[in-house]
Design a protein around this ligand. Structure first.
Ligand code: NAD
Ligand code: MG
Length: 392
């Protein structure tokens, strides 16, 4: 039985991970759970999965959580705040930590887990994008595996099994195209928050759903692929595949192309990463190619999706630039969700912050955290300076 800890247990990734644990109680055991602020759901999860250690990031909710669990015997150890989340990430006998926290808030707990020798099942891509240059050497130092749970990177990882080192030539990431893939460029000034939250194929948290609509999600995934698989950015490409059945492809040095296919269900990449290298039998719906009928592919329109080029440029610039891009994006998406900036100002804000950032090469963790804070501050400043004509 594999002991696991789950960060971000109340979110989309978190609840799907616990669905897997509930379905395979003889394979997985929960050692630790952490969540942001949703006490009722976290408390229900604690009752069902009986972890040894639990943390709530919002420290003001600790008493409420404690009160909700008083009758449990033995009670779990309870922690609060960002430090509490990192404590649980490193806690006990967990062999792997599933990172379902959204945003750069996942960085310090992921580092704590790596330093405690735990393998990482990586959903929280922002951590690798902001700090790949710090995280990758730590993985080597502590001898831990970074197992991708993002569906595209899981597809690439699955295709790579058995491929000799240096056999990989090119990565082709597939993208659904998000909520606006069939919208005309001219209509994109009228986008509302509700429009952006309607993803055609996947049900996910709010931030990643907006990232899919801007295609910054794919931009972030280009950088994620670079840090996971070591290819230069010239060899990582993006293609729109509206059906989300082909989860990504790799081209090998002899021009052979391998793809991984499946229904759009995050449980599959999560299960593969959690059980790696085993293949676990499931009773989940099977892919029926005849029912799919057609699988189509087209080039992304760079004018509609400026975030793609922003991400390529940040990835190529390296150093602290990806951390700056990522933090600017997190802040801009947050302001869009609060209806403080229009949709098309998300890439505008990121572009302005990145254009004026001079990246620090080979940054330390402290450099990355400083640039993250600075980028967020500058996006807020950008939003405050937007003219009323843009905001109307
Ligand atoms: P979500 O918003 O549904 O859940 C986020 C979780 O993180 C919640 O449990 C929340 O309580 C917790 N959290 C939020 N802020 C926190 C903080 N400051 N400190 C500690 N915990 C905090 O998000 P999601 O859709 O599950 O996405 C999680 C991560 O997985 C993201 O990085 C996303 O890019 C990635 N991912 C998600 C999917 C998906 O299908 N949802 C697919 C691929 C990758
Ligand atoms: Mg993905």
């Amino acid at each position: 039985m594999k002991p696991i800890t789950l960060l971000g247990s109340t979110g989309s990734i978190g609840t799907q991970t616990l669905d897997i644990v509930a379905q395979y109680p003889d394979r997985f055991r929960v050692v630790g759970l952490t969540a942001g602020s949703n006490v009722p759901l976290l408390a229900a999860q604690v009752r069902q999965f009986r972890p040894e250690a639990v943390a709530i990031a919002d420290g003001s909710k600790l008493d409420e959580l404690r009160a909700a669990l008083t009758d449990l015997s033995p009670p779990p150890l309870l922690f609060a705040g960002a430090d509490g989340v990192a404590t649980v990430a490193a806690y006990g006998e967990a062999a792997a930590v599933v990172t379902g926290i959204v945003g750069c808030a996942g960085l310090l707990p992921t580092i704590a887990a790596i330093e405690a020798g735990k393998d990482i099942v990586l959903a929280n891509k922002e951590t690798l994008i902001a700090a790949g240059c710090v995280v990758n050497p730590l993985l080597e130092k502590h001898g831990v595996k970074l197992l991708p749970a993002d569906s595209e990177h899981s597809a690439i990882f699955q295709c790579l099994q058995g491929v000799p080192v240096h056999g990989l030539q090119r990565i082709i990431l597939t993208a659904s195209g998000g909520a606006f893939r069939d919208w005309a460029l001219e209509d994109m000034d009228k986008i509302t928050v509700a429009d952006a939250l309607k993803h055609p194929n996947w049900s996910m948290g709010r931030k990643i759903t907006v990232d899919s609509a801007t295609m910054m999600n794919k931009g972030l995934e280009i950088i994620e692929a670079h840090f996971l698989f070591g290819l230069a950015f010239d060899f990582i490409e993006v293609v729109i595949h509206p059906q989300s059945i082909v989860h990504s492809l790799i081209e090998l040095q002899d021009t052979s192309v391998l793809a991984q296919l499946g229904l759009p269900d995050m449980r599959l990449p999560l299960l593969y990463a959690m059980a790696y290298p085993e293949r676990v039998p499931t009773d989940w719906p099977r892919l029926d190619l005849v029912k799919c009928a057609s699988l189509t592919f087209r080039e992304p329109d760079r004018r509609k999706y400026p975030c793609l080029d922003l991400a390529y440029a940040a990835g190529r610039a390296g150093g602290t630039m990806p951390a700056t891009l990522n933090a600017a994006n997190e802040q801009a998406v947050e302001l869009f969700l609060q209806e403080k900036i229009p949709f098309r100002q998300i890439p505008a804000a990121i572009a302005q912050v990145c254009e004026t950032h001079t990246p620090i090469p080979q940054p330390s963790l402290a450099d990355i955290l400083n640039c993250d804070r600075e980028a967020r501050r500058r996006v807020q400043e950008f939003a405050q300076k937007l003219p009323q004509t843009v905001l109307a």
